[in-house]
Ligand binder design. Structure first.
Ligand SMILES: [Zn+2]
Length: 130
């Protein structure tokens, strides 16, 4: 049986009552303390919308990542899904890495060819000589 939580707007008393679905909406509910009918139904948040951060974390689920080191194609596929999920263009280097992974190249070899990877240069443009 569902229970409903109310707060009395007169005396601020919070209480729960049990009603069947038939009773709910037909039965008048009164505050058990002051018998006021000025009640406000308290609706508990059932599901909070997940933030972008949460989505990223679930995409980068460690269980999902386990074993990907030995499977460049799966890694490439996952990275592609990630960028599609974000709806962002991750840049030509990212796309090249994904392409190479999907062709079965090992991450080590790709890193050798693309030395800027992993340096996390904070968006510095190498052509500026910084
Ligand atoms: Zn009350």
């Amino acid at each position: 049986m569902p229970n409903y939580e109310y707060r009395c707007t007169d005396c601020k008393h919070i209480f729960e009552i049990f009603l069947t679905y038939q009773e709910y909406g037909t039965q008048t509910v009164n505050c058990p303390k002051c018998e006021s009918s000025q009640l406000k139904r308290i609706i508990k948040p059932v599901r909070v919308a997940r933030s972008e951060q949460d989505r990223l974390e679930s995409l980068a689920d460690p269980e999902q990542l386990a074993g990907l080191d030995d499977d460049p194609q799966a890694l490439g596929k996952m990275m592609r899904q990630m960028s599609q999920e974000l709806g962002e263009d991750m840049g030509p280097e990212f796309n090249e890495v994904v392409d190479r992974l999907e062709k079965g190249q090992s991450p080590e070899n790709i890193e050798k060819d693309l030395p800027d990877l992993g340096s996390d240069g904070g968006g510095l443009d190498p052509s500026l000589g910084l």
